[in-house]
Write a protein that binds this ligand. Structure first.
Ligand code: UN1
Length: 486
């Protein structure tokens, strides 16, 4: 309770604050159109104004971008300092991510925690590197983790010594501005980190199709990753890496030996936390017939307890989705199911703001869902014990492979299922969101991403160039010529 009082006090001054931001470029100038940023929980709340980057500014940013010329030790120190700054400014960042992205208290805490963890983790990895940076990296980040994923991508590229051109999601450019401010204030030079807010299609193409760019780091939809891949293939060196973390159609299997209370708790978190706006979120629950009635009843009861409201209220469990367009897209999916009589349960939400009722829909197979529905919508399939092979084949058959959850008390089932499911992150008897920097790195397989996993040991190294020189160690007292002849 004391912590909450501290949080209230720290964020209070930012309740009606209007942030103003725009491109942060090494060579400033220009006057792009200004977009209004509004609170998705209360669209009458103007959070700020964000000026878009013009094509001319983007050209200038590309020309000015340069690797970060500092020792690994200095880079690590700067990244750690940025982490300290972010933590010190927690009131501002809380208010900002709550108002700009509609994050609940729990999610806002996780957002700040993860961003700070990324900074410190990649700072430590920088000290282990032996290879030079790629050069200049473009980072394109999503709105669903406006601080954590933005900071993660940028700090990993910086840790390796690259210059970074960062294009945040249009919906959350203000939070990205906050992160860049912390990094610049901590000591990243302006040529090594430039922020270019603006619309995805035009600006994204410009920043991924210019030969000055040596690689791209992207989190977002699979379709956009494929488009970036084509642009890079046409304009960039074949060696330029694309590190992408993309969509998912994530399943959980709950068998009849599971602990129902625990399973329900983890289903609610996996499907409805962050209003389902995580690529890791649970989309399709496979529940064994024998326990399905009891488990679903308990789940519906839990859904009735979810408090959906403006997340400025610290008691909110469920916030809005990011925009009116997002709400309408999700609602269209629910409406089709309603016409087909497949709605099993809906919770309650407020009338104002871009809220979507938490919803459970009936399907026969995960393959019936068709696409990733990025909201608080859970699909349910009942299965019989003898169908397990078919269930696993259906889940793998989606082509995605991001997260997977299993609830069981049978050790043999754990081994059998986890060996056969293809997914980057498999969680047993826990929820399937909330990967942890360092101990549970995050990334997908198949249509879900390229790897290496974010927050894992191989990630930063992907933004370095492979060693070009082979150096023979010369044993003491032996002339170089002699060694070379051998
Ligand atoms: C995403 O939703 O884009 O495991 C990534 C999690 C997050 C990663 C999700 N840390 O929920």
């Amino acid at each position: 309770r004391r912590d909450l009082a501290r949080l209230e006090e720290a964020r209070a001054p930012f309740r009606t604050h209007v942030w103003e931001a725009g491109p942060m470029l090494a060579v400033p100038g220009g006057a792009g159109p200004v977009a209004e940023v509004r609170n998705p929980a209360r669209p009458d709340d103007l959070v700020g104004q964000l000026r878009d980057t013009t094509p001319v500014e983007a050209e200038a940013a590309l020309a000015a971008a340069a690797p970060w010329q500092a020792s690994a030790k200095d880079r690590a120190a700067v990244l750690n300092r940025a982490a300290d700054l972010m933590e010190a400014l927690f009131g501002e960042v809380f208010a900002l991510v709550t108002r700009e992205a509609g994050k609940t208290q729990k999610d806002a805490i996780a957002e700040l925690r993860e961003a700070v963890d990324f900074l410190r983790y990649y700072a430590a990895r920088a000290l282990e590197l032996t290879q030079p940076p790629r050069g200049v990296m473009t980072c394109i980040s999503p709105w669903n983790f406006p601080l954590a994923i933005f900071t993660g991508q940028v700090s990993a590229c910086l840790a390796a010594g690259n210059g970074v051109l960062a294009k945040p999601a249009e919906a959350t450019g203000l939070t990205a501005t906050f992160a860049v401010r912390c990094l610049l204030e901590a000591g990243v030079p302006p040529h090594a980190l430039q922020l270019l807010p603006g619309p995805g299609a035009v600006l994204g193409a410009q920043l991924t199709g210019n030969p000055r760019v040596d690689g791209v780091c992207f989190t977002g939809s699979t379709a956009t990753a494929q488009r970036i891949n084509r642009t890079m293939a046409a304009h960039l060196a074949p060696s330029a890496p694309l590190v992408a973390e993309t969509g998912g159609l994530n399943a959980m299997i709950v068998d009849s030996t599971a602990l129902p209370e625990q399973a329900v708790r983890d289903i609610v978190a996996s499907a409805f936390q962050s209003a389902g706006q995580r690529c890791s979120a649970l989309r399709c629950l496979y529940v064994q017939d024998d326990i399905a009635d009891g488990l679903l009843k308990m789940l519906y009861g839990a859904m009735d307890e979810l408090h959906a409201t403006d997340p400025w209220d610290l008691s909110a469990d469920l916030g809005p989705v990011i925009s009116a367009a997002a709400r309408d897209g999700i609602q269209a999916h629910i409406d089709i199911a309603a016409r087909e009589g497949r709605v099993l349960k809906q919770g309650k939400v407020p009338a104002t703001g871009y809220f979507v009722k938490p919803t459970v829909l009936k399907v026969d197979s995960i393959t019936d869902i068709g696409k990733e529905v990025f909201g608080p919508v859970l699909h349910v399939v009942r299965f019989k014990a003898r169908d397990l092979d078919r269930v696993i084949a259906q889940i793998n058959g989606t082509g995605f492979g991001l997260t997977f959850g299993l609830h069981t008390r049978m050790d043999s089932r754990v081994a059998e299922v986890t060996e056969r499911i293809r997914a980057g992150n498999i969680y047993v008897n826990r929820n399937q969101i909330g990967a942890i920097v360092g101990s549970q790195p995050f990334g997908g397989e198949g249509m879900s991403g390229t790897g290496p996993k974010a927050g894992g040991p191989a990630y930063v190294a992907r933004f370095t160039r492979p060693d070009a020189a082979t150096v023979f160690a010369v044993p003491d007292g032996v002339a170089a010529e002699e060694t070379a002849v051998q």
